[in-house]
Each structure stands twice: as structure tokens, then as C-alpha cells.
Design a protein around this ligand. Sequence first.
Ligand SMILES: [Zn+2]
Length: 319
Amino acid sequence: MKTIKFILFATVLLMFGCNQKKDQPVITEQNSQNYTGPIIDMHIHAFNEGHPMFGMTHPPTLRGKTYKGVNSAIEQKEKTLKKFKKYNIVKAMVVNGELWNDKDDGSIIIGGTNTDVDALKKQIGEIKLQVIAEMAPFYSGIQANDPSIMPHFDLAQTLNIPVGFHIFPGGPNYGLHVLPEMLGGMRAKNANPLQLEDVLLKFPNLKLYIMHGGWPYIEDVKTLMYMHPNVYVDIAVVNWILPQEELENYLKALITAGFGNRILFGTDQMVWPETIDDAIASVNSSNFLTIEQKEDIFYNNAARFLGLSEEEIKTHKSK
Ligand SMILES: [Zn+2]
């Protein structure tokens, strides 16, 4: 079923490289209280050894910062898990998380899409795949309402498994031009989150989160969220690739519209562990956010979305 294959370039497609420019501090002046409680990261990647992204340096972001890539799967895992410890990241949705699941302590939520639906079903049974993510037909020039991917949504709704659907922006900025061989299928005309509406109508009980928040289509994101209560957004990449003010404008637009309880924290850490530092710091340094709003973004919203038990939440919050 060749139609399915593209979905899954997801992981592969989010790989970019380049370099230069000395790192610059990302953080703006900090006036509001820092959140230091437990964090759930809804968007992380684990790679097998030999992955082509290893060693890549991310080109300058719209903040003007570059990130040096780790060189191996072991380094990726070790440095990412070290950040988990540093920031009290108690749970993370990790695409291909089975590669890191040796701890078996419940901290890794296994995500994946790199297969057809029959293989997905098998993975759900065999490796305890818990989230269908990152679905990214975008990189093949295909929209969410394409008939070829309806079986994925159908499976997710039937089994009550959340779906993470990639839309704009992802990374890197100018990705089409930076890596045309991998990201050549990207088109601006396919980036609008309204493409999900047919899916949401067909599968009204689907638990769905828009990965990367659907920036810059904030009005359309608000429209979708107003129409469909089961739509959440993650703020991965936008929280380290966009200028701080733009991130804050985006967060503020969602929160003032009344959707502060459907924003999920994520980083989209691939081979640049420092993006975790900056993603957390950029939310913490959004001075208009109250500490309660930060807690919702960093933890509470994901706990509700994932249906964590009271007991697990209590355990996390007591750490
Ligand atoms: Zn991703």
C-alpha cells in the first residue's frame, strides 16, 4: 500500500542540517514565576544508530540560534534522558520510543506511524504503541483528508488511541530549500490546519493533537478548536524556532480565546538536546503567563489528554 508510506516519512522528514553563527541566548527578561513541577513532553524522537540526522547542525532559527547535533543513537538517548532528569520531565511521547523503553518505568509513551495499519495494529500489541504520531503526510504533499490515511484515524478512534498530526511549521525554517531531497513535497498550500476538519467530522471521538500548533494559522486553529472540543495543539518547535515575541503572541491568542486548557508542551527534540532547554525556558519566560497557566501547559493538559490516573498524577506532583 504505497499510499501509506508517505505518512511516515514524518520522523525522517524532520531532519535537517546546516550550521554557523554563535549560539545566542534565547531567553528574554524573566519577571514571572518559573514553573518547576513535573513536565510531560508530547513530542520527542528516538532514532536508530546510523540515522542520517546524526551530526547535523540546525541552521539559524528565526531566533538566530544554531544547534549542534548529537553524533549517535546512544548520545541522543543519554543526552535527552539527562534533560528529562534536569527538568523533571516525568513522561514523554517518543516516536520510536521502544528504542528507549528499557527503563520500563512508564516515562516513555511509545509513538509511531512508520507502517501500514496492519503493522500498526501489531505494534500496538507487541511494543505497546500508545500514540499514532507523528503523522506527516504533509511532507509528501498530501492533506489530512486524503482517503489513503482514513484507516489510521479509524484505528485510532476505534482503539481510543491519540493521534499526533504534523502540520506547519515543523523545522527547520526554510526546510524545503535546506533539504529538498527530504522535504521536497512540502507546500504552503497544504499547511493550513483546516484540512483536518473532514477528519474531525468523520471521526468525532478522535483524540487529536496538532503537532507544532498549526502556526501561523492562528485564526484557523482557534476556529477548529471552537468547533471541535477534542482538538489539542502541541507547541513543539514553535517554542524554540520562532522569535520569543511571536511565540508569546501565539500563546496569548490561544489563551485569551479560552483554549489554555488544550495546549500541550512539546519540544520535537530530534538530535538537538539543547532545544529542550530553550523550549522550556521560552514558556517560562513568557511573562504574561500565570504560574497556573504554565502548569497547565507543562503538565495538566497532557495529563488530561492522555487520561492519566489520579494516582499517577499524584505521584508525579509529589516528586
Ligand atoms: Zn516531530
